[in-house]
Write a protein that binds this ligand. Structure first.
Ligand code: URA
Length: 264
């Protein structure tokens, strides 16, 4: 008999063939692209709400690609449910707006740690607890970016609960940023923060708190030193590069893990 189906992602351990590794894009529309990039025979295994999941094989092991939707709350649900059916390593493959002048649209950013502006992570650990990536995943992502000659920046990400006020955008229906957040972009920039996105701090805190491994690589689709808008023509090339970097990094991680087990 098939074991219990997790409520939101509509998956079981059997349906994901015991996969222990997962790519986590935010966008359900990117799931098939990532899965097909490492396994042309990959197939959809579930689709419910913002959660679409495809399964493929990489380096002789099943690997899941599951969308998280946007933001911390839906990301926490994805991680909880995937962990409960056996996934142990989570690699976010996202998009981002850069806030440092040396970063260009089309570059990739590997996050070492995140500023916890999300809200959801507070339900897992107090704010004093750091939102940090798994060290081995950072190394694999950087090595993969080098192999692909992709311009890569490594450092701190501001992970915001909102796309508009939390990232100090006024070109919105509200047209207004509350006093507490005014000047925040400049402040993060001065503090050396590289970029804004919306899921990494939740992912890192939930995973650290639960003894799981997590990493994050994002393609730059907006240059916030120039303006608020996303560069529409830059999205596709940035996403493509990010997928390449993420896929090869995952293969390295699987191979390294296997070598560790065989050494025992
Ligand atoms: N994702 C974000 O959260 N912000 C951006 O500017 C681009 C992508």
């Amino acid at each position: 008999m098939e074991r219990k189906e997790v409520y939101h992602l509509a998956l079981t351990q059997e349906r994901i063939e015991g996969a222990r590794y997962a790519f986590l894009p935010g966008d359900p529309g990117r799931v098939s692209h990532i899965a097909s990039a490492f396994d042309p025979a990959a197939r959809e295994v579930a689709a419910k709400r913002e959660y679409r999941s495809w399964l493929g094989q990489m380096a002789g092991t099943p690997v899941l690609v599951a969308s998280t939707g946007i933001g911390g709350p839906s990301t926490s649900i994805a991680v909880e449910e995937l962990a409960s059916i056996g996934v142990r390593l989570f690699l976010r493959v996202g998009t981002t707006g850069a806030i440092q002048p040396q970063i260009e649209v089309g570059d990739v950013i590997v996050t070492t740690g995140s500023v916890r502006l999300d809200g959801a992570s507070n339900h897992y650990a107090p704010l004093e607890y750091p939102a940090v990536s798994d060290y081995g995943i950072v190394n694999a992502l950087v090595a993969s970016a080098r192999t692909h000659s992709v311009r890569c920046h490594v450092g701190i990400t501001a992970s915001s609960a909102t796309f508009y006020p939390g990232q100090e955008r006024t070109d919105s229906y509200a047209g207004h940023v509350v006093a507490d957040l005014r000047g925040s972009l400049e402040e993060w920039k001065r503090l050396g923060v590289l970029n804004y996105e919306m899921e990494s701090s939740t992912l890192f805190v939930v995973c650290s708190a639960l003894g799981l491994r997590a990493g994050c690589v994002c393609g730059v689709i907006g240059d916030r030193t120039q303006g608020e808008a996303v560069n529409s023509s830059g999205v596709q090339p940035a996403v493509q590069k990010t997928i390449q970097v993420a896929v090869d990094a995952m293969e390295m991680l699987i191979t390294q893990d296997r070598a560790l087990v065989n050494d025992d």
